[in-house]
Ligand binder design. Sequence first.
Ligand code: EPZ
Length: 417
Amino acid sequence: MSFYEICGGQPLRGELRVQGAKNSALPILAAALLAPGQSVIRNCPDLSDVTAALEILRLLGCSAVREGDTVLIDASQLTGCRIPDRLMREMRSSVIFLGALLGRLGRAELSYPGGCELGPRPIDLHLNALCGLGAEIAEDQGRLTCTCGQGLVGRELCLSIPSVGATENTMLAACAAQGMTTIVGAAREPEIVDLQKFLNSMGARVSGAGSPVISIQGGIPLHAAEHTVMGDRIVAATYLCAVGAAGGQLRLTGVDPADLAAVCSCLEEAGCRLCTDQEGISIAASGRMRGIRTVRTAPYPGFPTDAQAILMAALAGGTGTTMIVENIFDSRYRHVDELARMGADIQLAGRVAVVTGSRLHGAVVRSTDLRGGAALVVAALGAEGVSRVSGLSHIRRGYQGLDESLAALGADIRTRL
Ligand code: EPZ
């Protein structure tokens, strides 16, 4: 089993252009199903989750070709509406294809994404919203068959939780619904604004993304379009926290600083020096990060749950004490046991983690999930001695060339087979 071998203590220095956002590219690839013709998606990160999405598109009858960081999707001749269990298990966010398939074909067959490393991954909000538009959903032994015989009809829908995926699925289906759909209580993440941009470039009339109320004028024939995916704010947060842990100076480009303001605010409070402009973010850090006021994960624009493990890892090697409250997922502390192997002092009580900074040492650790794995890398970069981080398949779901990029910035990291 391959692993990263990291010798900690090397400060990071240089400039890095952040990869395209996984959590924007995935719904945009699903949205390409809505129209015939070839869509061109630029700045599309080369990740295993994106590869899985391209495989799903091909299974549905699309042509999907990668040319560097550009992906060409031709959805002219769809031949199927079934997503195999294997791919649903491989990428739980495959549920995002549901709304687009219903919108384009009026039918979708897939399995429940099921629970994963973060705890249960229910899709009740997705299904309720789509039923609100007129979909009929039958379940049989974990397989869902979704149809909309009479077609979808737009209406006002309320989400009880600002679910990112449910908002996106509803936007995609609503594009094909007759009349106006209004999503009240929508998620406000920047990736949803990026999806709105792509849909409107396809000829859709979507407005309000980024606010809690999104309106979609449905029934407009859509066409293929070109789009450049936004920068990945969580990958950017990862590199910033890596500098917080290991020290150094880094300039990140290709990401909008406003998309990760909550993370930058925590890093500044912890003693890092940040400077932002239209082009990106610069960070300088020396010494260990200080403890900060309580960090509570929340829907955007609150502190992102995806950055929780990563910030925790940087704080664990610092000084002082910080309380973290994970409010979004039920089980997103699986990285804590692995951080403890490196000497981290983190006490858990339900949703609350109390991090007391200490000098971390190298250890043999295993990634438990995507962001938990990235957190182990961040901790290892600031630890004394050598660490081995395995479970790279988790990390490769969301990070393109993490080891090469860190090595180019001065980290002592290599992949061992
Ligand atoms: C998206 O997942 C992201 N994934 C996640 O990033 C991210 O952590 C999450 O949003 C929250 O920001 C993608 O965009 C591909 P949710 P999603 O629906 O849409 C509950 C990463 O590391 N819920 O906003 O699945 C749910 O259990 C990944 O890149 C329901 O109860 O998240 C959770 O507690 C991890 N019923 C909360 O809502 C539903 O029908 C937020 O989930 C849907 C969700």
